[in-house]
Design a protein. Structure first.
Length: 86
């Protein structure tokens, strides 16, 4: 059975996307004005001083966690009758 969104739900979804993208844009613009210090400079690594490193790192981390969670959900899935009394 396919779920069809009502016009109100479609409007709310578009609004949620717009607000999310607006928040993301604000975070990216604010991050451009922040001076970042290199935490691993003694090791010769200065990647954390690149502009927009932290938003990209956060997005990559969240994406990785979602992929791991989806994979675990598939791996740990049980049949609908798993707890049924036979």
């Amino acid at each position: 059975m396919k779920y069809e969104m009502t016009p109100q739900e479609k409007r709310l979804a578009r609004t949620a996307w717009a607000v999310g993208l607006l928040v993301l844009l604000v975070i990216v613009l604010v991050d451009l004005g922040v001076h970042h210090h290199a935490h691993f400079e003694q090791d010769g690594l200065t990647f954390d001083t690149l502009p927009e490193f932290y938003p990209i790192f956060g997005f990559g981390s969240a994406f990785t966690l979602i992929i791991v969670a989806k994979t675990l959900a598939i791996a740990l899935k049980r049949k609908d009758t798993f707890y049924a009394d036979d």
